[in-house]
Design a protein around this ligand. Structure first.
Ligand code: TXA
Ligand code: MG
Length: 325
């Protein structure tokens, strides 16, 4: 694989030219940064998988510029899918729909369905307008590691592996999109995400969770270990109690709103002083990246209230900690 002097910039034309020549580019979205390539070109898709060291059985989300594009890539679209997209797009909602033949099997890991989303970031929407193909993009992290919410996170993790990262600032929402599929026309939740369950329940009061068995073989959003820092990490109900168990260690803390006088201020991240879960979600991955860079003995994260975006945060924290249990 070529090695690049990975640059960060805000030159959309440059990003578009690279993408049009099958290169892979880091792109901002409202959720996390993506590792984008031309959906319709196998060379570009192979480069995404290679840069990310992602196993080929994990399908990629296809990003389109507008609702009017959906029918180019999917068919047999349930009325509910349109209602969901109309209500929540552009935004952090991904729908899994039967794919048309022009979507390569490499994108869907051989499955007959494709995941589609309309991202809500002005730079990336402008970029999509300039291109005559949709952008396949997984989160721009090495497989299994913490998702990036700034261009610098992407650069640190993928330096040399991609030519360019389009800088759109820090991601406003900071958690991946919520993924929904349909089984016999019935919606099923594949992955909790930046669109809360409560918001979805306004349209789908009885939304059911997709079970692992029914979703075989494997989808990355459902892997039990994912999103992990290198530093040992635990997810805990009560940090005060846990601090005693790690006495004498270099401890990093992630809490919703509480600060701890016994821990150095630079080793603790309070996600939202007011306990606002949206603010907290937007800072979660940056907190993990930051604390992981300090080479501490352990990171202790506080379990969030299981409401609103707290549920998706707990989902990510649980999987981040799973490797260490
Ligand atoms: O917010 C997001 O969704 C970000 C930004 C960049 O758009 N992307 C992202 O992609 O999180 P990734 O590859 O890290 O996660 C893809 C998720 C997985 O949970 C996978 O299960 C699901 O999308 N997925 C993609 N294509 C699928 C398909 N054809 N069938 C079932 N699940 C699919
Ligand atoms: Mg990911």
């Amino acid at each position: 694989m070529a090695t690049y002097n990975t640059e960060i910039g805000s030159d959309i034309k440059k990003a578009a030219a690279l993408l049009a020549s099958d290169e892979v580019v880091g792109i901002p979205t409202e959720t996390v940064y993506g590792l984008a390539g031309n959906t319709l070109r196998e060379q570009a898709i192979h480069r995404i998988f290679a840069a990310k060291q992602r196993p080929l059985y994990n399908p990629l989300i296809v990003h389109v510029k507008a609702l009017s594009e959906i029918e180019k890539y999917a068919y047999n679209i349930p009325a509910l899918a349109y209602q969901l997209f109309e209500r929540f797009s552009p935004g952090p909602l991904t729908l899994i729909l039967p794919k048309r033949d022009l979507i390569p099997e490499l994108i869907t890991a051989g499955k007959p369905d494709v995941a589609l989303r309309i991202p809500n970031h002005p730079l990336t929407l402008e970029l999509l307008q300039m291109l005559d193909f949709p952008l396949a993009a997984p989160s721009a992290n090495p497989f299994g590691y913490i998702s990036p919410t700034t261009a610098v996170h992407v650069q640190k993790q993928l330096f040399g592996k991609i030519p360019y990262i389009l800088d759109g600032g820090a991601c406003k929402q900071g958690l991946e999109s919520t993924v929904i599929g349909f089984v016999d026309g019935k919606p099923k939740l594949h992955r909790l995400g930046a669109l809360s369950l409560e918001s979805l329940q306004e349209l789908i009061p009885d939304l059911e969770l997709m079970t692992k068995a029914a979703n075989a073989p494997v989808a990355p959003g459902m892997l039990s270990q994912h999103y992990s820092p290198n530093t040992r990490m635990f997810l805990l109900e009560d940090l005060t109690e846990a601090l005693q168990n790690f006495a004498g260690k270099r401890i990093g803390i992630i809490s919703l709103s509480q600060a701890f006088s016994t821990i150095a201020p630079e080793w603790q991240v309070v996600l939202s002083e007011n306990g606002d879960l949206e603010e907290a979600a937007s800072k979660l991955y940056a907190a993990l990246h930051y604390l992981d860079s300090l080479q501490l003995d352990v990171i202790l994260a506080e379990r969030m209230p299981e409401i609103g975006l707290g549920a998706a945060m707990n989902d990510r924290l649980t999987r981040a900690a799973a490797k260490f249990v």
